[in-house]
Design a protein. Structure first.
Length: 105
């Protein structure tokens, strides 16, 4: 097992968990509920961690997480079918469910 992602915000770790599970990569949480130990141990030691079970999946998992994190800085895009504005995180239009076209901004 290899550590793939950690963050103080368990919702971000949960999102990374869901993204990797959708890609077929098996992962396990550690420290999911360790925040109650703050004061007894260092706050950094209580951060939730996501570990890849199969070491051979590590590189693919890193690429998936890097892509997901870089998408948060991407610009909004406009749907070519209904002209609705969509956040960069959406791969399909939230309004009409049309797939994102690579040339559409």
């Amino acid at each position: 097992m290899k550590l793939i992602y950690t963050h103080e915000n368990r919702f971000l770790v949960g999102n990374a968990h869901n993204i990797l599970e959708q890609a077929g990569i098996r992962v396990v949480w550690k420290n999911e509920f360790a925040s109650s130990a703050i004061g007894e141990i260092s706050p950094f030691d209580t951060w939730p961690e996501l570990w890849v079970i199969d070491d051979s999946d590590y590189e693919q998992a890193m690429q998936i997480i890097s892509t997901a994190l870089s998408a948060t800085n991407a610009p909004e895009w406009t749907c070519g079918s209904c002209n609705e504005n969509n956040d960069a995180a959406f791969e399909t239009c939230w309004n009409c469910q049309a797939e994102k076209q690579e040339t559409t901004q």
